[in-house]
Design a protein around this ligand. Structure first.
Ligand SMILES: *Cc1c(COP(=O)(O)O)cnc(C)c1O
Length: 220
């Protein structure tokens, strides 16, 4: 059995220079997160606000906390003071709520639009058309406390890696096409795609953030 530090080291070694590791720590206790921290991980991904906030309070303050899970508007206030990146924005309403709470802390919170790329029914996310509507909305200029920093997507959960690759490739193409919408609120800098089973493919297809849990910490 390999240790957390060995897993992190092995994954980091295989990443391209432009790809960063988000260690997905959901359901893991703080002792395990501390082990990852001591192995050099500084970027943790969580999918529940309450759990993330409790861990934030207990752990060193140079950790970047990334919200990667489906987010309810009424939870935004609990993380607005510290969250580094929200990967999972799937509505304009949520973006407005993040802006409102960020303003209270005099911060600009970076957000990714979660795009629906899988062929499965269950995944959250925006269609291309809905995402275009958000980045071209005239209302966006008033949201001075958020920045749309890129896109996030999850590939289909299938052993057919050709399907996975084509979904990542399509998301990268959308990401590149969104660069034309660049303005004060919109800067396409981060492309969050790839998990334990497919992060190498995602990286080959241009991911800048891979979200890896079980390949570091074992199964949940
Ligand atoms: C849990 C989770 C991951 C990590 O999944 P692993 O297969 O354990 O690497 C990545 N992204 C999201 C959105 C998740 O919820």
């Amino acid at each position: 059995m390999s240790s957390i530090s060995e897993n992190i080291e092995k994954i980091e070694k295989g990443l391209k220079q432009e790809t960063r590791l988000v260690a997905v720590t959901k359901t893991k206790p703080v002792e395990i997160l501390m082990e990852a921290y001591q192995a050099g991980a500084r970027c943790f991904g969580e999918n529940k606000v309450q759990e993330m906030t409790s861990k934030y309070e207990q752990l060193p303050k140079d950790i970047e906390w990334h919200m990667i899970g489906h987010l309810q508007s009424n939870k935004v206030k609990y993380m607005a003071s510290y969250v580094a990146l929200v990967h999972s924005v799937d509505s304009f309403k949520l973006l407005k709520e993040i802006n409102k709470e960020a303003k209270k802390h005099d911060r600009v919170i970076c957000c990714l639009l979660q795009i629906y790329i899988a062929s499965e029914e269950t995944k959250f996310g925006l269609s291309q058309e809905e995402a275009i509507e958000i980045v071209t909305s005239p209302e966006l200029k008033n949201l001075t406390n958020i920045q749309i920093s890129g896109l996030m997507g999850m590939a289909s959960n299938t052993p057919d890696l050709a399907i996975v690759r084509s979904e990542f490739r399509a998301l990268k193409a959308l990401f590149d096409s969104f660069k034309k919408y660049k303005n004060e609120r919109v800067k396409m800098e981060e492309l969050s795609m790839g998990m334990s089973g497919d992060y190498q493919i995602a990286m080959e297809e241009g991911s800048t953030l891979v979200r890896v849990g079980s390949a570091i910490f074992g199964s949940r």
